[in-house]
Design a protein around this ligand. Structure first.
Ligand SMILES: CC(C)(COP(=O)(O)OP(=O)(O)OC[C@H]1O[C@@H](n2cnc3c(N)ncnc32)[C@H](O)[C@@H]1OP(=O)(O)O)[C@@H](O)C(=O)NCCC(=O)NCCS
Length: 160
């Protein structure tokens, strides 16, 4: 993983960036979602931008948004409500790059925990999150439309 990140830094140093996305870029979010996990309608995306404590981050190569994360901060915890990398750019370390950025950001904000929910059938995401020391702390049975269970995962953050 470290090797991948060094590689990304070296090759794309001036091309990769992470920026906070605002409501005027809603179409970008909707487009990436439509081409990947189809989680939210445009109306739901609009609502996400309005939620208190929500920050939406985009991972860009030049001007192309290839990854999105929706983070909701509540008091001293943050919940990842959405985390996706464009299909064409997966398995190249970009998810790791975005997640490492989020962890650092949350630690700087002195947050204590990062939380998320993932389907028990999403083995790729489970493997991905376990690399960052997310642990399962609860299960919501039959939570998703396809009948799969939601695993509640938590990562303890290192506060400064
Ligand atoms: C999960 C996801 C974000 C990973 O992004 P990515 O850019 O491909 O991840 P990385 O390249 O940084 O991979 C890091 C590690 O994650 C794991 N991983 C990633 N893709 C994997 C796959 N297809 N199969 C098994 N493990 C995988 C591996 O441990 C990998 O390390 P390795 O390359 O040394 O084996 C991406 O697959 C995705 O967008 N999936 C669809 C959306 C989703 O499921 N989001 C989470 C739901 S809450």
């Amino acid at each position: 993983m470290t090797r991948d990140l060094n590689f990304l830094h070296r090759i794309h140093n001036r091309m990769i960036s992470i920026k906070q996305i605002n409501e005027k870029d809603i179409d970008l979010c909707y487009e990436l979602d439509s081409n990947t996990i189809l989680l939210w309608s445009k109306k739901q995306w609009t609502n996400e931008f309005k939620k208190e404590g929500t920050k939406i981050f985009g991972l860009l190569i030049k001007n192309l948004v290839i990854g999105i994360c929706v983070l909701q901060i509540v008091i001293d915890e943050a919940q990842i409500n959405y985390f996706v990398i464009n299909k064409k750019f997966r398995k190249k370390g970009f998810g790791t790059y975005l997640m490492s950025y989020l962890i650092k950001k949350c630690e700087k904000l002195n947050l204590k925990k990062l939380l998320l929910e993932v389907s028990h059938r999403n083995f790729t995401a489970e493997k991905f999150y376990s690399r960052f020391d997310f642990y399962t702390v609860g299960i919501r049975k039959n939570y998703y439309k396809d009948g799969s269970h939601a695993l509640l995962k938590e990562k303890k953050l290192t506060t400064k």
